[in-house]
Design a protein around this ligand. Structure first.
Ligand code: BMA
Length: 876
């Protein structure tokens, strides 16, 4: 019988409805892993809790009561909320009232019908992820423990199954605090999370769960990945590894297979391997007799005129389907169908001839150096088991629409589920994949932990390596760098505790399982110091956190949180090779805040408002606002001002870094998404509303960018940065106006930029064009998004402008067409909707006098009416 593995997810409630009703179950098909083995998904469970035992495994309590429904994969907090046992953890300050959940012992149970394993069969109870200290029983027999949420747990249960009565599965989750009792290791005080009490560095569990500077403390517990029964016949295909060996008019790909022939020996299997092209035609096929004296087999295939996998702006993200069929004595024993891409990936760290003493840090896709216009990704919910594939699709489609071509799965979260990587493959987004370690020393001498980490690394590399989106493996986030920073200040000494994991253990496993994909031990990492501008990648936290740029010589300076210390114009001092973190905090949409705050807390400084702000000190943003917008008078203005500064700051930084191409070859903004409705660095808030920064970033990340720069000596420059693989030629108009729209200078130029390059196409001076603080230099071109340069602080433009003329009409496909016409120079025209799902084809742009802009407005799945949108009031 052929069945597809099915995973069941409960939709995550994006907004609080106050209802205790169960959400409908949704069935998602795992597209990349169709096998012929029989599977029985274990989706419906019940859960109950008790005071924790200190034993692992505990004895099974006899008096557990009040079982409630839960789904696997799923989440305990949301199951409790659905059963009316818990307020919604994201609403108001309910996070605090949910703390008891992590201190309880949680029991999950389910039952299923099955027959015991027959001759030549193996039956396994499989959990793709147990979070975290789990003890498992079947029909009263203890099967074993799992201590790492990032590894699948498999139990051979064939002989234990009953065919006359339902089979009972019981899983107990022991609180992490009990599992880590007695474990001690010195750690750091530097970060916002409570590592000393959580001891998170001892747990192979999502590190952000105990709270981060953008997220609540809600450590998850339960069956967070699919659970199922698998019935195998004769042999099972253990692993498949697809690699591209070479590309050209003919591409050579290699396929390595590993098998476990558990019921046959010294025999032969009939193997058939077929590669289907993106259009479904057979690109190559090969059959062979697999002599099981060897458990592994390797073949190569030559593909004529291959359709390469590219990021979305460089070409098509073409996907092939690799089919593997294994038969024994005329009967199919296993089969697999996975989507793969033909592409090569490399990381060029060679010396940069034009910046002596510095090395490149640039990704080379299919032989082409590509600038990474990227973002950092955190889990899409604190409740990691409840994120559905639709949620990944919505967010990643939003990323691709903002011209983002790389996403870094940050090490304090989780290895994402298949739906995430499938979507990146389809959308042509490369993935920088951290291993799940962040901002901590790790106990590298704890041998049980090291064994668990080895198993985790091997499991995750095997699971993810065939995705063409995987561009880099990275050992950890900021551990090496923070240790070195503290050593410079004299509070740490010796090597970084954990370095053994990142410098030896992980590289050895990658060498065996995925030698073709680049690896970095950490981020930031490399160069004379780990946050050097000369080599490796850099995290720029001068802006926002006031962390001094780390000099190549010791010692590190003190944090400077003054307006000058943290100003976003300081990005201009950054000559890094690749900036893998930089960002500015802002509030979510006002409607998002209003949805989750108590009405009386919708004001600056209230407990509810401060609760949503996890970074310290809570007024850190003031230093960034003061010179740009001034301080806000109320919460609405706080939303507008923080969003404006984030948008302007990111634009400033990205433009600077992109002009430096190829010496700088990538920017990953901190952070793309949110795990809850907080005040954070995200571009898209938890409820799905795009912040103004999303629109700014979409323009600043346009593959062809026109940007204006003013040098220290007052020279004005127009740069065109071309990330495409073709020369681009066009014209541009530069107009200097004041806010009334009066024109002081206008020039038309023609420009031409070679493929994959960044050059100056026009120069002038402030004096020549008549620049002044209340004037704006705007540039328009058919080949890049409109742009502008201000000559004074933004606050001088606030409150001075008028609204443009606006006309809103119905259009085909349930869209609205908004036509805006300038009556003056209008900085930052902002269209609003109270519905976070409403999308604008463009937003938050400047509009010149007599300029007309048409914006399309749509909401997936609904028809909009004219009253659904309005013009925002900032900064007029
Ligand atoms: C970096 C990240 C995160 C953090 C962010 C903002 O340190 O790696 O740890 O949330 O900056 O502070």
């Amino acid at each position: 019988m052929v069945r597809t593995i099915a995973a069941v997810c409960r939709p995550i409630p994006r907004s609080y409805s106050g209802s205790a009703q169960q959400e409908p179950y949704m069935v998602e098909t795992n597209k990349t892993d169709g096998t012929s083995l029989e599977t029985h998904s274990l989706e419906r469970w019940e859960i109950a809790s008790c005071e924790p035992s200190t034993e692992i495994p505990p004895s099974i309590p006899v008096n557990l009561r009040d079982w409630i429904a839960a789904a696997a994969p799923g989440d305990t907090y949301l199951a409790l909320h659905a059963a009316d046992r818990l307020p919604h953890p994201f609403e108001r300050e309910n996070e605090l009232a949910c703390a008891w959940v992590a201190d309880r012992e949680w029991w999950w149970r389910t039952s299923f019908d099955a027959v015991p394993a027959q001759q030549g069969e193996r039956v396994e109870l499989v959990f793709d992820g147990l979070d975290t200290y789990a003890s498992v029983w079947l029909n009263g027999e203890f099967l074993g423990n799992s201590r790492n949420m990032f590894v699948a747990a498999r139990f051979d249960v064939g002989p234990l199954l009953h065919d006359d009565v339902p089979n009972q599965v019981l899983v107990c989750f022991t609180p992490p605090a009990i599992a880590a009792a007695g474990k001690e290791m010195a750690t750091w005080d530097l970060l916002a999370d409570p590592i000393k009490t959580s001891k998170r560095h001892f747990h192979r569990k999502a590190q952000f769960g105990w709270g981060w500077d953008w997220g609540p403390s809600l450590p998850t517990v339960g069956i967070w990945r699919p659970a199922r029964l698998e019935r195998h016949h004769i042999a099972s295909l253990d692993s498949v590894h697809f690699t591209t060996e070479s590309i050209g008019t003919v591409a050579r790909v290699a396929i390595e297979l590993n098998i476990d022939p558990f019921a046959v020996q010294d025999e032969t299997l009939d193997a058939a391997i077929t590669l289907l092209a993106p259009d479904g035609s057979v690109a190559a096929t090969q059959t062979f007799d697999w002599d099981l004296a060897s458990r592994s087999a390797r073949i190569t295939l030559d593909i004529d005129n291959p359709k390469l996998w590219w990021t979305h702006e460089l070409g098509e993200p073409s996907l092939y389907t690799l089919q593997i069929e294994l038969a024994h004595a005329g009967r199919m024993v296993d089969q697999r169908a996975i989507r793969v891409g033909i592409r090569t990936i490399a990381l060029d760290t060679s010396p940069d001839p034009d910046e002596p003493g510095c090395d490149f840090f640039r990704f080379v896709l299919n032989g082409v150096p590509a600038f990474m216009r990227g973002v950092n990704w955190i889990p899409a919910s604190s409740f990691v088991g409840a994120v559905q594939v639709d949620e990944y699709r919505r967010l990643l489609t939003d990323a691709a629409a903002a011209n983002i071509n790389m996403v870094r799965v940050w090490g304090g979260g989780v290895y994402e589920t298949e739906g995430f990587y499938d979507t990146c493959d389809e959308l042509g987004i490369m993935v920088w994949q951290d291993f799940m370690f962040a901002c901590a020393p790790y106990p590298e001498h704890d041998t049980a932990l090291i064994d668990s980490i080895s198993a985790e690394v091997a499991y995750q590399v095997d699971r993810l390596r065939n995705h063409p989106c995987i561009a880099l493996w990275c050992g950890e986030n900021e551990g090496h760098a923070v240790h070195q920073f503290l050593a410079m200040q004299g509070t740490e000494s010796g090597p970084y505790p954990g370095a053994l994991i990142f410098d030896q253990l992980i590289p050895a496993i990658l060498e065996r399982l995925d030698p073709a994909t680049p690896y970095r031990p950490g981020s930031p990492f490399g160069g004379p110091s780990h946050n050097s501008m000369r080599a490796g990648d850099e995290h720029n936290w001068t802006v926002w956190h006031g962390v001094p740029p780390i000099p190549d010589k010791l010692p590190a300076g003190e944090r400077d949180g003054s307006p000058v210390g943290v100003a976003y114009t300081r990005y201009a001092e950054d000559r890094a090779r690749f900036v893998s973190e930089f960002g500015i905090q802002s509030a979510p949409a006002a409607t998002t805040l209003a949805r989750w705050l108590a009405p009386e807390d919708y004001a600056l400084g209230t407990p509810g408002f401060l609760h949503r702000l996890k970074d310290h000190p809570k007024d850190k943003v003031d230093a960034m606002l003061l010179p740009v917008t001034g301080l806000p008078a109320d919460l609405d203005q706080y939303v507008d001002f923080t969003q404006l500064v984030q948008a302007e700051g990111l634009k400033f930084g990205i433009e600077h870094y992109r002009r430096r191409k190829p010496h700088c070859s990538g920017t990953l903004i901190w952070q793309f998404n949110d795990c809850w409705p907080g005040i954070t660095w995200s571009l898209v808030d938890y409820d799905g509303a795009r912040k103004p920064s999303w629109y700014y970033v979409a323009r600043a990340y346009s593959p062809v960018l026109g940007s204006l720069k003013i040098t220290d000596d007052g020279t004005l420059e127009l740069w065109v940065t071309n990330d495409t693989l073709n020369e681009v030629k066009s014209d541009a108009t530069l107009t200097l106006t004041d806010l009334s729209g009066l024109t002081f200078n206008e020039q038309m130029i023609e420009w031409c930029v070679p493929a994959n390059a960044s050059v100056v196409v026009w120069r002038s001076t402030r004096a020549k064009i008549g620049a002044a603080p209340n004037r704006v230099l705007a540039v328009r071109s058919p080949r890049f998004p409109g742009n502008r340069l201000l000559f004074g602080p933004f606050k001088e433009l606030l409150g001075t402008g008028a609204d443009p003329r606006i006309m809103i009409e119905d259009e085909a496909n349930e869209m609205l067409r908004v036509t805006l016409t300038g009556t003056h120079y209008h900085p930052i025209v902002h269209l609003h909707s109270d519905d976070p799902a409403v999308k604008f084809s463009d937003n938050c742009f400047d509009l010149g006098k007599h300029e007309t802009r048409t914006v399309r407005v749509f909401r997936p799945g609904a028809k909009l009416c004219v009253n659904d949108i309005r013009l925002g009031k900032l900064p007029r």
